[in-house]
Design a protein around this ligand. Sequence first.
Ligand SMILES: [Zn+2]
Length: 284
Amino acid sequence: MDAPPAVRRLPQPPPVPVYAWRFGKAVLAALWLAAVVAAAAYGVFGATISVGLPVAALAALLAWVGAGVRFAQLGVFARPLLRVQGVRGQLALTFDDGPHPVHTPKVLALLALHGHRATFFVIGERASRHPALLRAIVEGGHLIANHSLRHQPWTPALPASQLAREWAAANRTIAEATGIFPRWCRAPVGLVSPPVAEAARRCGMLLVHWSVTARDGVAWADRERCWSRLSRGLQAGAIAVLHDGVGGENCAAVDLLPRVLDDMRARGLVSVTLDELLVSGPSQ
Ligand SMILES: [Zn+2]
């Protein structure tokens, strides 16, 4: 596991992003405008105006922004990859929040046993502690992607410059260990704001979300409920999320994976990396 990577391709030019945040600037401008109107309604600028309408407009805008951040699939601030259409017999299993010194090797062993390839969205700070694990992932034929430097839940509220700096540091860690710069990134908790989209663009990375999640990102996740959520979305072209980086002695992803792989075999599905899935299908 500690052998140097077979291929070193450092540095590698960043990929060209295929999207940019669409409505972010318009939404922020509207928010500022609504805030000014609301302030006027309360007499901040002297004369008062009717309160009801501007406050309602501000509340509606805030709800829209909140929904855009929470539900990335709505495409309010960016259009992350959700699934790949036109694919037969393939999906992309993705694993978040690692690498984990106990759980990640178990996941790698299970995937190798069944001939699957996956994409691992690693957290930069954890990656820096486990470079050999990063190399084991790559040597297993899998892809490594960026899941931020520190996985802060309040990431959507941070400035793009800070996020870009941190995510670039995570990319350097991954590249120094494996020789490969990540092309994909997934925001912590999947929360996408204008700064998140802008940081991904500055780092030359493509945002990816998911089409189905087990919601197994906590150690106490109910395995049956996780399976129930996941099994409905195990289809060709899907991007499925599990978490190999959470849990103490037990990890829901490790517990669930044999069942997931058995089900995929019954459905004639094999997992490939995100890059391979995109080659197989024309569009998202
Ligand atoms: Zn995560």
